[in-house]
Design a protein around this ligand. Structure first.
Ligand code: MEV
Length: 341
């Protein structure tokens, strides 16, 4: 007698069905179970958020102390996810996991459904909705893990394209800056999807502090787009200024001009405020950082909540800034740095 095989159980993300019988597996021969792993870090934007959406350059760097990790195991069953937010079938994941679901599906791509699915376990210490790259890092870890489990090694550009699929589900029309920055090993100069390494003339010590207010990148990006329609002169002036500041920052980083870079960051914070992506909690932390001796401080990422980035003079000053910003109300703060390169 031909054993009954439940085809839906063999599809990548079909609703779960109990397996028909072990004898089916025995006849077909279970495919070997393969495991893949992926990891990506948090990121912080030094200069160029929002203007980057309109084709201008941006500078970003990884926050290596926080990361997202994923492990994917092939399975003949339906695909499933285990994460802090959700445990269950890919096909019944809630809407807030749409970017992660998109990442899994993008990485499975056009694979034959008869190959079965993947069981993806995600672990992340990057806070979400804080402008430090959580959605892009989770997507980057997931696409690497799933592809590896399926026997594929992604090139950086292939990985970028898959992460961008997930980022579109998260933010609508992302510039691609986050997708590149969470996979970078050092500071990057980003423009229209491509990345260059930048020269660093002196070590730069930075502190990222969480305002505790959820950032709303999609909303912030949409509000800037609305400003472009309603007040084109205001929009043009702020975007051009941010673009010029980003170019200036690249030179200051290369020259090791910490004081100059601080002033550039302060200026960028003001122009981002004009674009309407500032927030009182961010202003409060930026002011606290400057009062604690930071040469400059600005919001970072989408804004309207999320994090600020402050420049420190040296590692001890960075540690002091962390303490002062925590006292000023930041629920979390991290340090990161740029080495001479
Ligand atoms: C978000 O981290 C950065 C933005 O410039 C949006 C984007 O680049 O897609 C606000």
């Amino acid at each position: 007698m031909t054993p009954e095989i439940d085809a839906s159980a063999l599809r990548g993300d079909a609703p779960t069905q109990p397996r028909a019988s072990r004898s089916a597996d025995a006849l077909l021969g279970d495919p070997p179970v393969r495991t893949g792993r992926g990891r990506a870090t948090g990121k912080v934007i030094l200069l160029g958020e929002h203007s980057v959406v309109y084709g201008h350059p941006a500078i970003a760097l990884p926050i290596t102390s926080i990361s997202a990790r994923a492990e994917a195991t092939t399975t003949a069953q339906a695909s499933r996810i285990d994460s802090a937010l959700f445990h269950g079938l890919l096909s019944s994941a809630p809407d807030r996991l749409r970017p992660t679901v998109t990442a899994v599906r993008a990485a499975l791509g056009a694979d034959d459904p008869a190959l079965g699915g993947v069981h993806v376990r995600i672990d992340s210490d990057i806070p979400s909705e804080r402008g430090v790259g959580s959605s892009a890092a989770v997507a980057a870890a997931v696409v690497s893990a799933v592809s590896q489990a399926r026997g594929r090694t992604l090139t950086p550009d292939e990985r970028f394209d898959l992460v961008q699929d997930a980022e579109r589900a998260a933010h609508g029309s992302p510039s691609g800056l986050d997708a590149r920055a969470v996979c970078a090993s050092g500071p990057i100069w980003f423009r229209r999807g491509t990345v260059e390494h930048i020269s660093v003339g002196a070590p730069l010590h930075l502190v990222v502090a969480d305002s505790g207010v959820r950032g709303r990148t999609r909303e912030a990006v949409e509000s800037v787009r609305a400003l472009k329609q309603s007040s084109p002169a205001v929009f043009d002036h702020a975007i051009s200024a941010l673009s010029a500041l980003t170019t200036r920052a690249r030179i200051q980083i290369s020259d090791g001009d910490v004081e100059g870079l601080g002033t550039t960051m302060d200026d960028a914070h003001r122009h981002l405020g004009v674009l309407g992506v500032g927030d009182r909690a961010l202003d409060h932390l930026a002011t606290a950082a400057r009062a604690a001796g930071a040469p400059g401080a600005k919001l970072t990422g989408g804004g309207r909540g999320g994090c600020i980035l402050a420049l420190a003079h040296d590692p001890d000053h960075a540690a002091e800034l962390v303490a002062r910003l925590r006292t000023a109300g930041a629920p979390a703060a991290w340090t990161t740095h740029m080495e001479i390169a």
